[in-house]
Design a protein. Structure first.
Length: 571
């Protein structure tokens, strides 16, 4: 028997009158299925359609609407005029390294700034602004630090810098505490007193707004900054922020740059992954982000920054091969830890009846626990924390499910933690070993209280019910060109169709499925275990099956063919 693994959540059917009206205003687009998708995304007029489908950099918000931006620009301008030494301090993930490459690259290459950059060691220093980092600034006579993608909770470090005569500009996008650090300027659109109209910028996005404001204040050309939008697109994709508002505009132009004239480092990675224009957010998420992240997970993120800054194709290729090798090592380590974590889950009677998953092993690699947490969370669909040991503390990463704010839950465990930070659905944490059992108990009670009774199943949004006969390459091209870039807040449309299998299901590489439905092939990665036997039975009995999928292209020998990428299925 075929049974869906997720709850199919159908998007409400758009108002037919609104679809008709948009059809009149957009006569070049005759496909009613496409128009329904457009209206479902809140686009109900030609003017809205133009803004959405053809973004303009002129739509970017005034950077001086961000609280403290005037102070930050004034301090940066003074540092540049006086030839002060500036330290660009960034996190070790994709958002942090792209932030550093963007800001450091612009300041040094375009303005000749006396600057350097600093990325903390994930294992020796941990996340955020470290004492080693600010000590480095003091020892080397830097008078201004600009932190990117971190710093909003660096109260002690900022205070220490103030005592040393080092000014601090924080550029962050994480949730601040009630009290802000005593920095010269704190740029964070999530500040309660910040009137900036778009709150979901990445750390790299906040750094971009600082440079945009500086350029405006000094009547400089914006083109050299816009030439670095490929870095910003990478940060937006990797950090999984909403692809709406300003992020949509920045991602749109950054992806165009990646497809046409990327920086040598990113260009090499795309070429190696066989990705060609038009580049999509998913290309970055699956082919670029893991490789850049691997530098900081397996060694030091300096390698990623050097790759992103490289202007020489040959040098960039050599650097890229080094981080690609680190990513291969990362995948092997991650696979071993995931299998170990799954076996621990099955052997733990408490976890069988719990609503959360918290697993600890002292030998697990700190650099991959976040990825493992995501995989375990996907497997059991419950709030998940994977922990290991580092420098005498228990450290790890948390991942949540829709409807449960894991950052708020950690706030209610603050007396058991030495450090934590993050977002609603993902966070990092540190605690002392003696507090681990108490933390597991309290976290489970918070999840029990904050999630509904019974089994929780993942939701799978479905945009439209479509007959397979209505699919076409032109429909796909409209989706690809007019509605992308896709990502959180503007997800790739999912469709549901019903049909009988025209041939028996095929197993690919032991774990994947290929189905033949009418004129189309449907591919389900990792679906063999859950669905193969039921599909064989459905084929033998001539039963129609329902599939949820999104559209993809299979290109071979110059021929483009529609392919259905399976997400779930059932009778």
């Amino acid at each position: 028997m075929l049974q869906a693994k997720k709850i199919w959540k159908f998007v409400p059917e758009p108002d037919a009158t609104e679809v008709d009206q948009l059809a009149l205003e957009m006569p070049v687009t005759k496909n009613r299925h496409f128009l329904k998708l457009v209206v479902s995304r809140g686009i109900k007029s030609l003017a809205q359609a133009k803004d959405f489908m053809v973004p303009s950099l002129e739509q970017l918000h005034d950077p001086f609407a961000m609280q403290d931006m005037d102070k930050a620009v004034e301090r940066l301008s003074r540092a540049l005029e006086d030839g002060e030494k500036i330290l660009i301090y960034g996190d070790y993930d994709v958002d942090g390294t792209t932030s550093v490459a963007l800001v450091y690259g612009y300041l040094t290459e375009e303005l000749g700034a006396e600057a350097d950059y600093y990325i903390p060691d994930r294992y020796a220093e941990g996340y955020g602004v470290s004492q080693a980092g600010v000590q480095y600034a003091a020892d080397n006579h830097y008078s201004l630090i600009i932190s990117l993608d971190c710093g909003i909770k660096a109260h002690e470090r900022v205070r220490w810098c103030n005592e040393q005569g080092i000014d601090f500009i924080v550029c962050d996008h994480h949730l601040p505490e009630e009290t802000l650090p005593e920095a010269y300027a704190v740029l964070d659109p999530k500040r309660k007193d910040c009137r900036y109209p778009f709150k979901e910028l990445t750390g790299c996005g906040v750094g971009f707004k600082l440079l945009q404001a500086f350029i405006q204040a000094n009547d400089l050309e914006l083109d050299p900054l816009y030439a670095r939008l490929d870095l910003l697109a990478a940060s937006i994709a990797a950090d999984m922020v909403p692809i709406t508002g300003e992020n949509r505009i920045l991602a749109y132009f950054g992806l165009q740059l990646l497809g046409q004239n990327p920086s040598p480092g990113l260009g090499y990675l795309l070429h190696k992954a066989n990705k060609k224009a038009p580049i999509q957010i998913s290309d970055i998420v699956f082919s670029i982000s893991p490789i850049i992240n691997a530098a900081g997970r397996m060694d030091h993120a300096h390698g990623a920054v050097k790759l992103l800054l490289s202007s020489d194709a040959t040098e960039a290729g050599q650097m890229a091969e080094a981080v690609i090798q680190q990513n291969i090592e990362r995948r092997a380590v991650e696979k071993d830890i995931t299998q170990h974590a799954l076996s621990m889950f099955h052997e733990n009677s408490f976890l069988q009846s719990a609503k959360s998953t918290v697993l600890f092993h002292p030998s697990w690699h700190k650099g991959v626990v976040g990825i493992v947490a995501s995989k375990i969370q996907d497997h059991y669909f419950r709030p998940t924390i994977i922990l290991t040991e580092s420098h005498g503390q228990v450290v790890g990463s948390a991942r949540s499910v829709k409807g449960f704010d894991i950052h708020a839950a950690l706030e209610q465990c603050v007396d058991l933690l030495t450090q934590f930070g993050g977002h609603t659905h993902a966070a990092g944490l540190h605690l002392l070993p003696e507090n681990l059992e108490a933390f597991i108990t309290r976290f489970e009670s918070l999840v029990q209280a904050g999630t509904p009774a019974g089994e929780i199943k993942a939701e799978l949004p479905v945009d439209l019910t479509l007959p397979l006969a209505d699919l076409s390459l032109s429909f796909y091209d409209n989706l690809l060109i007019r509605l992308s870039p896709y990502g959180p807040g503007n997800m790739l449309p999912n469709f549901v169709s019903s049909a009988m299998l025209s041939r028996p299901p095929v197993i690919m590489k032991e774990e994947h499925l290929k189905l033949y439905m009418g004129d189309y092939e449907a591919v389900g990665f990792g679906m063999r275990k859950d669905f193969y036997e039921g599909l064989v039975e459905a084929y033998e009995q001539g039963q129609a099956i329902q599939i949820v999928y999104h559209l993809d292209i299979n290109e071979f020998m110059g021929q483009r063919k529609l392919q259905l990428r399976l997400l779930d299925l059932g009778i």
